[in-house]
Design a protein around this ligand. Structure first.
Ligand SMILES: [Zn+2]
Length: 319
């Protein structure tokens, strides 16, 4: 890796670091294909591929020269921000606490957070400033969340196909996962990260509804559907009959087991030691201490949103 490819250019004041400038140029003149193996650069270096094997588009870096293009995303700067958890607005470190890195997704309040995103994290000052300055966020609002376990999932890029004469032709922009073999024909422009956010959001909804054992809570279908939704409603109806409510906060620790297309399988060991049963008069229902329990969840995309569709909660003490 040459010295220049390791250098990180700092952001220009007032312009998001990740945005492109009209003086920055892309070129695919040196892109070639190896039969059956996919794309490569004629003079490929280690910086051209990420550690998952994705091949990256090349673009010169001219921050501060010409006009900023706010809607454009510079491939290398977006990738660096994702890989190093840099703030994509100011190029400094993003805010990271024990709860994870700070993420801000422009989206209306009440809409579930998408677990897949091409927006890298932010720092606290930039998150505050973006809320005031960014037109899109002012219009739609934003989810601000801590993400304990962001991980690279795949890329957005251009799919190429070798023609009959051996000349590579760009075909279509695609989103492709790192574990998809077709990624070898894709020149990456942006990294897609998977955010462990959806199951946490579902547990948040369930915690709220459990405080009053409200099976008809409008919150429940925000992040759950199908079997998972039925299970939560069934549990809440039973609690209502037993004149029981649940107070405190369950602490999920989701781990992604597999990601395939629009389905994510998650295994969780939920810490329920601070999520206890109470009688309606506020007294603890019994002197059982709370415990950890295993939970399996399947998260699926439907109507453009991600929801937990299958949920299985194992018995107390199962993990
Ligand atoms: Zn920042």
């Amino acid at each position: 890796m040459s010295r220049s490819s390791r250098r990180i250019l700092l952001a220009f004041p007032g312009v998001p670091w990740m945005a492109t400038w009209d003086s920055e140029r892309s070129s695919t003149a040196l892109l070639e294909s190896v039969r059956g193996k996919g794309l490569r650069w004629f003079n490929e270096g280690p910086a051209d591929r990420d550690k998952h094997g994705g091949l990256w588009a090349r673009k010169t870096e001219r921050i501060g020269q010409g006009k900023p293009q706010y809607a454009g995303v510079h491939p290398r700067r977006q990738r660096l921000a994702m890989e190093l958890l840099l703030c994509h607005v100011c190029s400094g470190n993003s805010s990271v606490t024990v709860d994870g890195a700070l993420w801000m997704e422009p989206i209306r309040p009440g809409e579930p957070l998408m677990p897949y995103t091409t927006h890298p994290p932010v720092c606290v000052p930039c998150a505050v400033e973006s809320r005031e300055r960014c037109k899109r966020i002012r219009r739609t609002g934003a989810h601000t969340v801590r993400v304990a376990n962001p991980r690279p999932w795949g890329v957005i890029g251009m799919r190429y196909e070798p023609g009959a004469n051996g000349v590579l032709a760009p075909k279509e922009p695609v989103e492709v996962a790192y574990d998809d073999r077709n990624i070898r024909w894709v020149l990456a422009n942006q990294m897609i990260a998977y955010l462990d956010g959806v199951t946490r959001a579902m547990w948040g909804d369930l915690t709220q509804a459990s405080k009053t054992s409200d099976a008809s809570s409008k919150l429940l279908d925000d992040h759950a559907e199908g079997g998972a939704l039925q299970l939560m409603r069934y549990g809440l109806r039973n609690a209502k009959k037993a004149k029981r409510v649940v107070k405190g906060t369950p602490r999920p620790h989701p781990e992604v087991v597999s990601v395939k297309g629009g389905t994510v399988v998650i295994r969780d060991c939920v810490d329920g030691t601070d999520w206890l049963n109470y009688k309606l008069n506020g007294e603890p229902e019994d002197d059982n201490p709370g415990s950890h329990f295993k939970a399996d969840a399947t998260v699926k995309r439907s109507d453009g949103a991600w929801r937990v569709s299958r949920l299985y909660m194992h018995e107390s003490g199962s993990c």
